[in-house]
Design a protein around this ligand. Structure first.
Ligand code: DON
Length: 304
């Protein structure tokens, strides 16, 4: 294994100096008040050794990173039936675009764009008695950490302002690809996005994606084939219209959120989470992308 401690310290100091650290998301009002200076990194290797720097232990809003976790939970419950209602192609569009959804008769391009994640939320609302509680229980189990919580203020803030998501859900409903009530499904979707987690907690949660479906406590949540598929989706669809750039510059499967977090991983080797709230024009953490580019360059590790 490379000297991750040294590499993290080096890339942290380098990327801290960057002048263009992007802009904090303001379209969800509650996210607008976060300091753009926050910057944390945690890396967890397959041997469960962890390395960290900066604000790695501070909770932030995971937002779209949660889409990977709801997908994992839905695949665990309904298996490959998920793909009857959501495709597995990159969209090349921003996360909240609706035009392809209309062109493609209400079948979202993939489960990591908003429309796809709303269909996954609908599946969980159909399958679970108390979706918000049971999803949080699932996150507690796979992370081994029962302190993880939703951020009520963030959930309510998005509920009051998430008009594009209401539009997406209504469009899905009009094509027959939403079985439950729009408001009920979006209530669950806004709560999943409001999960508040630190870089360290995200690494523990994503450990199962580097460990062939087994969590930190060695319990099996997904089959090897399911994990490979989710990792493939993170590579091709995890960064919306910047998925190509992320593969090109970083070379790892990963998922971003508008809270400024990025989780990326190298199967069987390590997972890493970076948090820096300033976003680039495509809605991905500016400093996070730069830091991960340095990580795969300095460690000479990527899926390629
Ligand atoms: O649906 C939304 O707009 C947010 N809750 C999540 C968006 C997000 O994180 C997009 N990703 N980078």
């Amino acid at each position: 294994m490379p000297d991750f401690k040294k590499i993290l310290n080096t890339l942290y100091e380098e990327t801290k100096q960057l002048s263009d650290t992007g802009k904090v998301a303001t379209y969800i009002p509650e996210l607008a008040s976060i300091s753009p200076n926050k910057f944390g990194i945690c890396l967890l290797d397959i041997e469960k050794e962890s390395y960290q720097v900066g604000n790695f232990d501070e909770c932030f809003s995971v937002q779209s990173i949660s889409k990977v976790l709801t997908l994992a939970m839905a695949m665990g419950i309904v298996g490959e039936k998920v793909w009857d209602r959501v495709d597995v192609e990159p969209s090349g569009d921003p996360f909240n675009h609706l035009s392809l959804l209309e062109q493609e008769n209400g079948i979202p391009r993939n489960p990591l764009i908003n429309a796809g994640a709303i269909v996954i939320a609908d599946i969980l609302v159909s399958e679970l008695k108390d979706p918000k509680k049971e999803f949080l229980d699932f996150v507690h189990k796979i992370s081994g950490d029962s302190t993880i919580r939703y951020d009520e203020k963030v959930a309510q803030s998005e509920k009051a302002t998430g008009f594009k998501n209401y539009a997406a859900a209504n469009l899905l409903k009009s094509y027959g690809n939403l079985k439950n009530d729009v408001i009920e499904v979006l209530d669950f979707y806004f709560y999943q996005c409001s999960l508040s987690m630190s870089c360290a907690q995200l690494c523990h949660t994503f450990y199962l994606f580097i460990n062939r479906g087994r969590c930190m406590q060695n319990l099996e949540f997904l089959t090897v084939s399911q994990v490979k598929r989710i990792n493939a989706l993170m590579l091709t669809c995890g960064f919306y219209d910047e998925a190509g750039e992320f593969a090109f510059e970083v070379g790892l499967p990963g998922k971003s959120g508008v809270g400024g977090g990025i989780v990326a991983l190298l199967p069987k080797r390590f997972c890493v989470t970076v948090w820096s709230p300033g976003l680039n024009l495509k809605g991905n953490s500016s400093r996070g992308m730069a830091a991960l580019e340095r990580l795969t360059t300095l460690s000479d590790l990527s899926i390629f």
